[in-house]
Design a protein around this ligand. Structure first.
Ligand code: UD1
Ligand code: CA
Length: 465
């Protein structure tokens, strides 16, 4: 299948400079009002920290140090999952961003040409921006900050610049009236000459309003030593910092828009893009059509020319080429839908493998099941897969025909080419090509209706029941 992972960024240029990324993730995130650490909150199905670690790797940086708070096994597990070779450093006291970077001293001192500092709560940064910052270091700068034009600069550090050089970064709380009028703000991300980084960081003092060791102070420290300092810029939406749930929602929106755009650029039609929600890892083939109000959970792979009709929800599943899903279909984890298969309205699949060209057109629950190629599953068919303790499997052979409103009580096998009469409750294996009917036999009594009405009316008239 010729599919493109829609979260993918193509072809960042690598340099031969040895670079380490230091990702700061020790913040407490109190404004999230959450029992989960802030950096583990997901956007498009992946933690903010995970996005940052992934972006760093996409930019070709393999050496990563992450600074985390004490007793954060959950954060450590996430790091291990996304960047297994990253080193972990615990910052026991939160004394500021420079202090946080120094928590990774053991890694930073290993002889790097470049040190890149990122924040785990700034998840939308793009690999190309990291490469641009590194390129600016290569121009002979000792420190390169990443700035952005802020709609509302309040609270941010300000970049005080002179042409291409960065003169200082002033924290909002320490800034003068005129400095506060500057709208070019500090994103927090920084690239530092690796040979000088520790010396600069060790020189930072905490004589400021917040009594913190500011990473931003290394700009002025470097300039006092006659070093060159500069800055790169990025769109504000790329450097959005997430401190609370409203900003989390804004970040989600920005990322969804990126994923929608990429899906369309890669050859999918989205009739109403703003209503389609992707996961970071959704894969779509060419000429896929996605109608409005569709949600893609994690780990979904869609083949070429698939139609996803409105209001469908798909999670941890694959849909092969030319298949059609929905409207109002729910494809739950562990399911696969074969080529040209049809999953119609109000059909739920769970751990079900649907063969090529099979049809489940209306109102069914098919769980823990294999459905053979070209089988036809009638409206309202239910696989009874659960007895309250265990789950059991249903196997339906190729070309079988299951009549409407049948219950298939698992474990059960329906042979290839078999027929199940409508309304059956099937509890015993059906052999290939057999017809199985398991429902009350129809009784026929001629004239019963007229007779019933006559006796009933007579009873009513006499006043006796
Ligand atoms: C920082 C910048 C500011 C910038 C802003 C952008 C400094 C001094 N200021 O300010 O110029 O405009 O980000 O959002 O760098 N962290 C730790 N340990 C610490 C302190 C911070 O890990 O001891 C982490 C936080 O979890 C967070 C990041 O570093 O991810 C930034 O820290 P925060 O306190 O939010 O910095 P700001 O005051 O917002
Ligand atoms: Ca912040």
């Amino acid at each position: 299948m010729d599919s493109v992972r829609i979260g993918e960024t193509v072809g960042p240029k690598m340099t031969d400079k040895k670079c380490i990324a230091v990702v700061l993730a020790a913040g407490e995130g109190t404004r999230m009002k959450s029992d989960m650490p802030k950096v583990l909150h997901p956007i498009a199905g992946r933690s903010m920290l995970g996005h940052v670690l992934n972006t760093v790797q996409e930019a070709g940086i393999t050496d990563i140090a992450v600074v985390i708070g004490p007793n954060r096994d959950d954060v450590a597990a996430e790091i291990h999952k996304i960047a297994p070779n990253a080193s972990l450093h615990i910052q026991t006291e939160r004394l500021g961003t420079a202090h946080a970077v120094l928590a990774a001293r053991e890694s930073v001192r290993q002889g790097y040409d470049e040190v890149l500092v990122l924040f785990a709560d700034t998840p939308l940064i793009e690999p190309a921006t990291l490469l641009a910052m590194r390129a600016r270091l290569s121009e002979g700068n000792t420190v390169v900050a990443l700035g952005f034009e802020a709609q509302n600069p309040h609270g941010y550090g300000r970049l005080l610049v002179d042409g291409a050089s960065l003169v200082a970064i002033r924290e909002h709380k320490d800034a003068s009236e005129s400095e506060r009028r500057v709208t070019l703000c500090n994103s927090g991300l920084m690239a530092i000459d690796g040979k000088l980084a520790l010396g600069l960081l060790d020189s930072v003092e905490n004589q400021n309003t917040q009594k913190e060791y500011y990473l931003t102070d290394i700009v002025e420290i470097a300039r006092k030593a006659s070093a060159k300092t500069s800055y790169e810029t990025a769109p504000e939406s790329d450097v959005l910092g997430v401190n609370d749930r409203t900003q989390l929602a804004v970040a989600e929106g920005v990322l969804q828009n990126r994923l929608r755009k990429k899906a369309m650029m890669n050859g999918a039609t989205l009739a109403d893009p703003s209503t389609v929600y992707f996961s970071f890892d959704t894969q779509l083939g060419r000429d896929v059509v996605v109608e409005p109000n569709v949600i893609f959970g994690l780990n979904v792979v869609i083949g070429d020319k698939v139609q996803i009709h409105a209001f469908s929800h798909i999670e941890d599943a694959s849909i092969d080429s030319f298949a059609s899903v929905g409207p109002f279909a729910r494809i739950r984890p562990g399911s696969s839908v074969g080529q040209h298969a049809k999953i119609g309205n109000f059909v739920e699949l769970k751990k079900a493998n649907i063969g090529k060209g099979a049809k489940i057109s209306h109102l069914s629950y098919i769980g823990d099941a294999d459905v053979g190629a070209e089988a036809n599953i009638g409206a309202g068919t239910i696989t009874c897969n659960y007895d309250g303790f265990f789950k059991y499997k249903t196997v339906i052979g190729e070309g079988a025909f299951i009549g409407a409103n049948s219950s298939l009580v698992a474990p059960i096998k329906i042979g290839a080419g078999a027929y199940v009469g409508s309304g059956s409750v099937i509890t015993k294996e059906v052999a290939s090509d057999q017809l199985a009917v398991a429902r009350g036999k129809q009784i026929a009594k001629d004239g019963w209706g007229a007779q019933f009405r006559a006796t009933s009316e007579a009873k009513k008239k006499s006043g006796k029941a």
